[in-house]
Design a protein around this ligand. Sequence first.
Ligand code: TUI
Length: 311
Amino acid sequence: MKTKITELLGIEYPIIQGGMAWVAEHRLAAAVSNAGGLGIIGAASAPPEIVREEIKKCKELTDKPFGVNVMLLNPNAEEVAKIVVEEGVKVVTTGAGNPAKFMELWSKAGVKVIPVVASVAMAKMMQRAGADAVVAEGMESGGHIGSITTMALVPQVVDAVNIPVIAAGGIADGRGLAAAMMLGAEGVQMGTRFVAAAEAVVHDNYKAKLIKATDIDSEVTGLSTGHPVRSLRNHMTREYLRLEKEGADFMELEQLTLGSLKNAVVDGDVVDGTVMAGQISGMIKEVKTCSEIIQEMVTKAKSLLSGGRFS
Ligand code: TUI
């Protein structure tokens, strides 16, 4: 499945794994890359030296290209940005902010830069700043989100920039991949589907909650603070939304979610923890290996794109 993205990144299939905090560690990234996609280590808020270790461990598990996601709300983002260059990482994706100040450093080092954007304006700004591609991420996604759906965002970004566009948000199978290509995307990024991968080092409670979820089981918290986050409904989201309705201040809300993603992913607290996941959760019925996920997707997408709609 050759596209501008497979060419740009030197990978077999145009499928990128989201750089999810606590979930996207070296074992998942290596498994996705070994399966022919692009695995991503999510630096999130990890100490910079831990990110370096993760990169080194990933190199031991795969000789294929992989990337690192730099989360721009992280106060250590600059240090992580430099470590990526020092370690010879081939691709960087960014999230939750504007990476313009790091673009020159990465481009000079030959690192391919793919910012995740949630609007046309940000996509255009990233193209001007020298991005190699953009991920256009709709609000169906899990975690920190924008306000536009994938269906509306992707074609508008495709029309607005000349660099390749990768679609994200609400994509979990071959139908989603084919649909994204129809919208003009050159590839997809998936997060939630890979949380329920066999190789994802995620507590069984988290994977079980994801598999049990239906289409309407996610909730968006944090709209009042300017940092909307989608996660599966639980005691934490109910409390958060109640406090938001009562007009609680930022610090009070922060208190509720401090360390809560780690509590869910690592310790399996899916009641008071944050179970970040996208609207596609209801479509995920079982844990599969990264290779199974990617192979099934590609087979289905190829059939659909070659006119096999009714086969
Ligand atoms: O970044 C993500 N998803 C994330 S980051 C994350 S860590 C976190 N945890 C709790 C609260 C907040 C963050 C969990 N999930 N996706 C990519 C993405 N980036 N979606 C939206 C954006 C985005 C938002 C604003 C990109 C640029 C942007 O620019 C704002 C500006 O003008 O600086």
